[in-house]
Write a protein that binds this ligand. Structure first.
Ligand code: 5GP
Ligand code: ZN
Length: 125
């Protein structure tokens, strides 16, 4: 897979530090381009984050040059969701979420997809 991203590592970014293993996290999946790990403050029985290793600040920064990377991430979601214990579709399933900007409620400005699942009720949502 060929992935071209203009940005790399931001030394002030908490998720870049997680990618660099400068901050510990519980791994869900890792390859050359992406990293997935458990959310530190889960609000569903399954709650992990899938991020590109490159520092892309948000969905608002995604363009055609990221198509391969984005396709790679989306294709991983079904497999990782089941691996982490989400109940199979359609009785189960999961929520896939990318909070973007202030109106989107984004707190960490390194692109991440939340995957939330498991039996309800959840703390939020
Ligand atoms: P946002 O609101 O930006 O979409 O979500 C950021 C998410 O990152 C939150 O759900 C929060 O719990 C999670 N998070 C923030 N800091 C850390 C951390 O240091 N480690 C882990 N594993 N998750 C974090
Ligand atoms: Zn970053």
């Amino acid at each position: 897979m060929s992935v071209h991203t203009h940005s790399e590592h931001d030394p002030n970014c908490i998720f870049c530090k997680i990618v660099a293993k400068q901050i510990p996290s519980k791994v869900v999946y890792e390859d050359d381009h992406v990293y997935a790990f458990h959310d530190i403050n889960p609000w569903a029985p399954v709650h992990f984050l899938l991020i590109p290793k490159a520092h892309i600040p948000s969905m608002a920064h995604v363009g055609a040059e990221h198509a391969a990377l984005m396709g790679h991430m989306m294709a991983l979601v079904p497999r990782l969701a089941l691996q982490e214990g989400c109940t199979p579709y359609p009785q189960g399933g999961y929520r896939l979420m990318a909070n973007t900007g202030v109106d989107g409620g984004q707190e960490v400005h390194h692109l991440h997809f939340h995957v939330l699942g498991g039996s309800r009720p959840w703390l939020k949502g």
